[in-house]
Ligand binder design. Structure first.
Ligand code: SF4
Length: 145
């Protein structure tokens, strides 16, 4: 924020630091003036993208989008259990059974049909391909701030 106030635009926009925010709003809730830091960070991210920075950090979204097209689910246990996806799957199945749910989550045919229409109407696949191209062309963001 200090560098933003000083007008150090390039330093801020080229930094990976603006991508570390989880948008949890904890800071806003704690701030006595309710300053919306996450909104400022969102704006900085948009500016960074406009200048060609940060696209490589959106790569994870590509995987989420591809999953959505393929299975109707944006994430799966395999995505977050890189070390032992089978174990993650077993534990998830166990937890679902304990909650009285079917062992495996299935997206209904009706939901998949609806999703297909939404994805087509919003040009989702083309937008995803555009995003993937931008990732390839991205300027490298700096690690050290
Ligand atoms: S919203 Fe605020 S508290 Fe949450 S990660 Fe971002 S800067 Fe940190």
């Amino acid at each position: 924020m200090y560098d933003v106030a000083l007008g150090e635009e390039d330093k801020v926009l080229s930094s990976k630091e603006i991508w570390y925010c989880f948008q949890c709003f904890f800071c806003t809730n704690k701030c006595p003036f309710k300053i919306g830091i996450p909104y400022i960070i969102s704006r900085l991210r948009k500016m960074a993208l406009e200048q060609g920075y940060g696209w490589e950090l959106t790569k994870i979204l590509s995987g989420v989008g591809r999953n959505l097209i393929k299975s109707g689910l944006s994430i799966s246990p395999q995505d977050y259990a890189r070390l032992d996806p089978k174990k993650a799957e077993r534990e998830l199945a166990k937890a679902r059974l304990e909650m009285g749910l079917p062992e495996k989550y299935q997206v209904s045919d009706k939901a998949r049909e609806e999703l297909k229409v939404i994805l087509e109407e919003t040009n989702f696949k083309e937008e995803l391909e555009n995003l993937e191209e931008r990732v390839e062309e991205s300027k490298e963001s700096s690690e050290n701030y």
